[in-house]
Design a protein around this ligand. Structure first.
Ligand code: ZN
Length: 459
């Protein structure tokens, strides 16, 4: 499976605790990882095999835990420059407050916001980003291209989606009419984004998915034809689903059924679909997701911030629903860190009243293999196994915040987010000792401050 060849550059990590998140949840108390080029060559107990050639870096990782790089499954990068607003609102009121501001973004602002969002992800151990961009103001420039360029500069693996809204207020939708596009324009732009950017290869740094925003902001025709387009092109489908009680009431009133039945009627259940939130799901909804292989992006902090409710993740996992972890946009989760979502997912799911509702190892799986599965990349990323891509995080656990917790996975998930000594994406170090290696962080900070000020000044 490995495509390494003699003379390839190798990095050797030794003396680390390792949580592989493979199918057996194999862990090593003191093991090694060998990276050759952009692939994992060997992962195992004890020191690395002797006699390796081409070793350019050897890391003594004593006191550290190695995990797969985390995989984010839901985000809205542009929200990085509209954080901290509508602080005490439920989803519909929060959206209504923010749509007019969002309707004035452009490619330059999206570039800055994408780098701010991606920096927060990378610095919290996330190696694969996902973005759901659905606001495309007329004359705003190439917004999708701007965020793709922003992530490439940072060296991050990326699933970008071409999102959309075509159901404005005058047609009974929630967004203002100047924030939506026409159905025909959306379908044409989406097809063009796939043709221009989608890379289906094993090593791909960039995939495209198709992502109409939500049942209350898109037409039935857009849902149906988006699903047909994605399947014709062999790309995945993403949307928001069953997020709030208000969305459920909207669907029942407008379509005469709940969100999951509505998605089923539009061709939106299947192994190539994943949806954000899925908070308000009854047993029948969960069964339909499980039997069709439809995935979920669980976003615990955002659901708490907007008082949406607690998703039934333990029931979904028991039924066999694929579940990943998402930060959601940073206007409803200002932290933007995926690493801290491991802890939040574990704690929030225990509020169902079960102390074992989500174990620390299940939480780590949601944030790694679970995300890889819903993004359709479980063969390539999400676990530390020979032949997979070299996306991994090296967490420092021998400092004062963690050294007294003997179980390294518990230290990572239940403790404070540990210092990130190293993050590799595709074999390349993109975070070293907590800092980005690819782009000057102070430059990103300044660009984001300027962008937030500029957007606010547009009235
Ligand atoms: Zn969202």
């Amino acid at each position: 499976m490995s495509q390494t060849h003699p003379g390839q550059q190798r990095t050797v990590i030794e003396n680390a605790a390792i949580a592989t998140v493979d199918a057996q949840d194999t862990e090593y108390a003191s093991g090694h990882v060998v990276i050759a080029g952009n692939r994992l060559e060997s992962v195992g107990d004890g020191p690395a095999p002797a006699g390796l050639d081409g070793v350019v870096r050897r890391i003594d990782a004593t006191g550290h835990l190695v995990t797969p790089g985390l995989v984010n499954s839901h985000h809205h990068f542009y929200q990085w420059i509209t954080r901290g607003q509508a602080q005490n609102s439920i989803l519909f009121d929060w959206l209504t407050a923010l749509y007019p501001t969002w309707a004035r973004i452009d490619a330059g602002l999206v570039h800055a916001a994408a780098q701010g969002s991606a920096a927060a992800l990378l610095k919290s151990g996330c190696s694969t980003a996902m973005d759901h961009h659905y606001v495309f103001p007329r004359g705003g420039g190439d917004l999708l291209g701007a965020e793709i360029e922003a992530l490439a500069e940072l060296g991050m693996r990326f699933t970008a989606t071409r999102g959309s809204m075509d159901l404005g207020e005058k047609d009974g939708g929630l967004p203002p009419d100047d924030a939506v596009e026409t159905t025909d324009d959306i379908l044409a732009a989406t097809e063009s984004a796939i043709e221009r950017h989608h890379d289906a290869s094993f090593d791909s740094m960039l995939r495209i998915a198709v992502a109409p925003c939500s049942p209350f902001s898109v037409t039935t025709r857009l849902l149906t034809e988006s699903a047909e387009l994605a399947r014709a092109k062999g790309v995945r489908l993403h949307t928001h689903g069953s997020e709030t009680a208000e969305e459920e009431a909207f669907c029942k009133e407008r379509f005469g059924m709940g969100p999951t039945d509505y998605f089923e009627s539009t061709g939106w259940l299947g192994e190539d679909v994943w949806m954000a939130h899925c908070v308000h799901m009854n047993d029948s909804d969960i069964d339909k997701f499980a039997s069709t292989g439809t995935g979920v992006a669980h976003c615990p902090s955002s659901n708490a911030r907007l008082a949406a409710g607690i998703a039934r993740v333990p029931d979904m996992l028991a039924a066999g629903v694929p579940v990943g972890l998402g930060v959601d946009g940073t206007a409803s989760n200002e932290s933007g860190e995926l690493g801290t979502e491991l802890r939040n997912a574990t704690l929030i799911n225990r509020l169902h009243g079960r102390p074992d509702a989500l174990t620390v190892r299940q939480a780590l799986r949601l944030g790694t293999m679970g995300g890889a599965r819903v993004l359709g990349r479980e063969a390539e990323i999400g676990s530390l196994e020979p032949g997979k891509l070299a996306d991994l995080a090296l967490w420092k656990l021998d400092g004062v915040l963690h050294s007294s917790i003997p179980d390294p996975v518990a230290a990572l998930v239940l403790g404070a987010l540990p210092p990130l000594t190293l993050l590799l994406v595709n074999g390349r170090p993109v975070v070293e000792n907590g800092n980005l290696t690819t782009v000057d962080e102070s430059r990103i900070a300044q660009a984001c401050a300027n962008a937030a000020r500029e957007l606010a000044s547009r009235g």
